[in-house]
Design a protein around this ligand. Structure first.
Ligand code: MG
Length: 169
């Protein structure tokens, strides 16, 4: 179960303590796209998100989007947000996370992975040796396959809460 355990759990990216990440020596923040930064398949970064990304950089953290979604969707969004990206990452495979770390010139222990899914973002981020943060999905609307995985995900979360391995928000 360790691979599915995030180090932190928040209502949204906006609740992440960026000062704390910097004090921990983190230098890069790998971000999931759909339902972490915006709604599923939403092509436009919100002004609030752009502000947050500026704050991330001001804290000495380099952002990078790593998404399982397709190249054009991820590329268009990342260009608007001014953030480097890795599309079609096949998370929880570590390949996409490693590619992002290489691109940013950081080691796993300097890297934070943020996402809304245990079985892709958290599992993959933990496998890649990064510090993982789970956030509540922005919207209930998502890819049909994801909806099925959510059923299992809720059970795993309940288990982690019961065992005291994760604090409910
Ligand atoms: Mg997602």
């Amino acid at each position: 179960m360790g691979g599915l355990r995030p180090q932190e759990y928040h209502n949204s990216i906006f609740e992440i303590d960026l000062d704390r990440l910097r004090r921990m020596g983190k230098r890069a923040i790998i971000l999931d796209l759909d339902n972490t930064l915006v709604r599923w398949n939403d092509p436009t970064p919100t002004p609030k998100l752009l502000e947050w990304l500026a704050a991330v950089r001001a804290h000495g953290l380099m952002p990078c989007i790593v998404s399982n979604n397709s190249g054009p969707r991820v590329g268009e969004f990342a260009a608007r947000a001014g953030v480097p990206f890795v599309p079609s990452a096949a998370k929880p495979r570590v390949k996409g996370f490693r590619q992002a770390m290489r691109q940013l010139g950081v080691a796993p222990h300097e890297t934070v992975v943020v996402g809304d899914q245990l079985f892709t973002d958290v599992l993959g981020g933990n496998r890649a040796g990064a510090y993982t943060i789970l956030v509540v999905p922005i919207d209930r609307r998502e890819f049909i396959g994801t909806r099925l995985v959510r059923l299992i995900e809720r059970r795993v979360l309940r288990y982690l809460f019961r065992q005291g391995l994760l604090t409910p928000k």
